[in-house]
Design a protein around this ligand. Structure first.
Ligand SMILES: Cc1cc2nc3c(=O)[nH]c(=O)nc-3n(C[C@H](O)[C@H](O)[C@H](O)COP(=O)(O)OP(=O)(O)OC[C@H]3O[C@@H](n4cnc5c(N)ncnc54)[C@H](O)[C@@H]3O)c2cc1C
Length: 249
């Protein structure tokens, strides 16, 4: 049985209290854009088409997580319908165990969520977006520096590193800085001075335009499968041993 929640698409911003209540049928892009137009930020991931329903329940990583937290960190209350059709409200004071489990426990476990209430934050007028790419063979150098730099640079700067396939792919880093370009250039220097970047786009945009790491004229070509992780990894050269008879390698 599929329960379609896409008609639950209300977005009610309470500017005075800094909160927004959204129907779980919204997609993150619609929420981020509606709030940005009114001068507010809510965290989002890297793709506007992802549903707020599932991304919130899974935690919700994104380029703003270093400045305002994960999507689930900003969740204040949920409304859910359980298997008996009972409408349940959960927040830190009421049904707090369900509320806790709704902030990262994953989707589809406890009932059908109908509304989420989030805390929102004032958006800056401008933000700087960037995308830097390197040839694939510079991966090791870039990854080493990025892993040290990314978690310690100014918390208003969030970046994602994407490693393409060895054949025909490259290494690219994109992200968002909640501030002006001159400061962004200075903060990015330790990573932009690694290797020989083939593309370097760093642009100051009105926040409403930049809120989706939206580097104009540079559509991301997305083909094939991708694996995303919120990890920093230890670099080690290993020789893969593959035994086709084993189910788990
Ligand atoms: C292109 C792409 C980019 C992504 N980028 C990011 C990212 O930047 N950051 C990040 O954290 N994640 C990201 N994700 C992962 C994404 O958060 C998960 O796939 C998430 O589960 C999607 O939720 P959905 O509501 O769109 O999907 P669905 O497939 O509809 O739902 C996923 C799960 O959540 C459950 N669920 C959804 N809505 C409800 C509801 N109202 N009540 C109860 N259960 C519900 C479903 O039953 C299902 O088990 C990305 C995924 C894709 C495909």
């Amino acid at each position: 049985m599929v329960i379609d929640v896409s008609d639950l698409n209300s977005i009610k911003l309470d500017k005075k209290n800094g909160t927004v209540v959204v129907g779980t049928g919204n997609r993150v892009g619609r929420i981020a854009n509606t709030l940005a137009r009114q001068g507010f930020i809510a965290p989002f991931g890297d793709s506007p088409t992802v549903g707020i329903g599932g991304i919130t329940l899974g935690g919700g990583i994104g380029p703003l997580q270093r400045s305002i937290g994960l999507i689930s960190d900003n969740l204040l209350e949920v409304e859910m319908v359980d298997a008996k059709g009972k409408v349940i409200r959960a927040n830190k004071n009421c049904n707090s165990d369900l509320f806790w489990a709704s902030r990262g426990g994953g989707g589809g476990n406890f009932g059908v969520y109908t509304k989420y209430k989030f805390k929102v934050h004032r958006a800056p007028a401008k933000a700087t977006v960037f995308r830097i790419t390197w040839p694939w063979n510079q991966l090791e150098k870039v990854l080493k520096v990025w892993q040290k730099w990314a978690p310690s640079v100014n918390f208003k700067l969030g970046s994602e590193l994407t490693i393409g396939p060895k054949k025909g792919g490259n290494v690219s880093m994109e992200g968002l800085f909640l501030g002006y370009k001159t400061e962004a250039l200075r903060l990015l220097k330790p990573i932009t001075s690694v290797g020989t970047p083939t593309t370097s786009i760093i642009r100051l945009l009105a926040y409403i335009v930049g809120s989706y790491i939206n580097v104009p004229d540079q559509g991301i070509k997305n083909s094939g499968q991708v694996y995303y992780g919120a990890n920093y990894v230890r670099l080690r050269r290993v020789k893969a041993k593959y035994d086709p008879k084993k189910c788990v390698q």
